[in-house]
Design a protein around this ligand. Sequence first.
Ligand code: ATP
Length: 136
Amino acid sequence: MENKLKLDIVTPHGLILSEEVDEVVCAGSEGEFGVLPAHVPFFTILKIGMLTYKKGNETRFVFVNWGYAEVGPDKVTVLADSAEKSDDIDVERAKAAMKRAEERLKKEAEIDSARATSSLERSIARVQIAEKRIIR
Ligand code: ATP
């Protein structure tokens, strides 16, 4: 569609989102980047963080757990390990995951600290993004 972007977010758990949008902002591994229609094509790695998109007057928020973004002139496709729209985030589950990760990190010598650190990063991002509501 002219002057629109098709945003697809796909994870091993299924298609999380497929919408015609006006603008997308992603947490790239090298920093945040924004995409408007007619952007030059590129491919990049995403880190744990927030994807924001604008649709008309609304701004919406999605948690993205690692992955890739493929940008074309009229398309942004995100392939992520997991992703949830802000409304779909279970805050209690994220807080429980945060507590588990913090407990594991206290016993650093005994555990895989990289794994616990990313679990902590995911849970913190989920709690923050869950607080965000659609901006109109
Ligand atoms: P947990 O330890 O709670 O499973 P996790 O970070 O290990 O968290 P992931 O591996 O990222 O979980 O995700 C596994 C599945 O569970 C995915 O489908 C993801 O969307 C979903 N999920 C994980 N945490 C939440 C949450 N807090 N709210 C909603 N869905 C979640």
